[in-house]
Design a protein around this ligand. Structure first.
Ligand SMILES: Nc1ncnc2c1ncn2[C@@H]1O[C@H](COP(=O)(O)OP(=O)(O)OP(=O)(O)O)[C@@H](O)[C@H]1O
Ligand SMILES: [Mg+2]
Length: 270
């Protein structure tokens, strides 16, 4: 199941009319409500919205970590909503994720080198090429393998830990990288460095990136397209320029009003 083997003209990954309801005391809540969104090859799509708007629930369904209540998820034109076993494992290699707290994903007793080679072994990668692959992927995220491989997680900064997690995801040669609040715990300068790593990867590796954030500033800095969610619904979508310069929805306008210097900083970047 690879984009190289299966040329598909449409989106790489797609959610069609996806809904998720959770049972809660006294009824249910609709965390994601009839959401359709397409992820195109080599593009960064940002999903932005305030806490509780349904971003992570949508991500978990796309990652096939949580079943949909209704709707369809397709990958390279194939329905993956209910795949299992070997097909699901292949899907999980192709669609990799990086989450908010990289510290939680580390075993504190393993060096970065141990952790990365164990991840590769678990994924059944061929043993001979592993060291080379690990070094290449650390290079992609701007870490010097000679330094990074020997380090324990507490010896890395938050930004470095997050880069190691991106490197781990890249080792699987994914087609899609999903980053759920992956830069939220970083301070401003480290955040920019991780955002720039993601931009470079999109350019160099043609990765399709799904970037989830509550921060419309980060979304617009990084993404080609922006989808805004509120209470489980998509309330706005468009190219980054459309969303910034001619937002249609009041909620989007409110989010944009919280980042007053956004237009200026984006104009100077382009
Ligand atoms: N397992 C669950 N059981 C019940 N309700 C849930 C569950 N997971 C999420 N929810 C609810 O679904 C809604 C959406 O949650 P979700 O985690 O997707 O939001 P989010 O946009 O990722 O928020 P944040 O920015 O805080 O990460 C929330 O109201 C949340 O309380
Ligand atoms: Mg979330």
């Amino acid at each position: 199941m690879s984009a190289n083997e299966t040329p598909v003209l449409g989106p790489v990954l797609s959610a069609q009319h996806v809904t998720k309801q959770f049972r809660v005391a006294g009824g249910h809540i609709t965390a994601v409500d009839d959401v359709s969104v397409d992820f195109h090859a080599g593009k960064v799509l940002a999903v932005v919205g305030e806490s509780g708007s349904g971003k992570s629930t949508l991500a978990r369904m796309l990652l096939r970590l949580m079943p949909v209540t209704s709707g369809t998820i397709t990958y390279l034109g194939k329905d993956v909503t209910n795949i299992s076993g070997r097909q699901l494992r292949a899907y999980w290699r192709d669609v990799q994720a990086v989450f908010q707290d990289p510290f939680a994903s580390f075993n504190q007793f393993f060096t970065v080198g141990n952790m990365l080679s164990r991840s590769l072994k678990l994924a059944d990668s061929s043993a001979e090429s592993n060291d080379e692959l690990i070094e290449r992927c650390l290079g992609y995220v701007g870490l010097k393998p000679a330094d990074a491989l020997r380090k324990y997680p507490h010896q890395l900064s938050g930004g470095q830990r997050q880069r190691v997690m991106v490197a781990r995801a890249l080792m699987m040669n994914p087609k899609v990288l999903l980053a759920d609040e992956a830069t939220s715990m970083l301070d401003a300068s480290l955040r920019v460095s991780v955002l720039n790593v993601l931009t470079d990867l999109r350019r160099e590796l043609g990765l399709t990136v799904l970037f989830i954030t509550h921060d419309i500033g980060q979304a617009c800095y990084l993404a080609d397209e922006v989808v805004v969610m509120e209470h489980g619904l998509v309330v706005e979508r468009g190219t980054t320029d459309q969303v910034i310069f001619s937002p249609q929805n009041d909620y989007t306008k409110r989010l944009l009003a919280d980042v007053p210097d956004l237009k200026g900083s984006l104009k100077s970047r382009r």
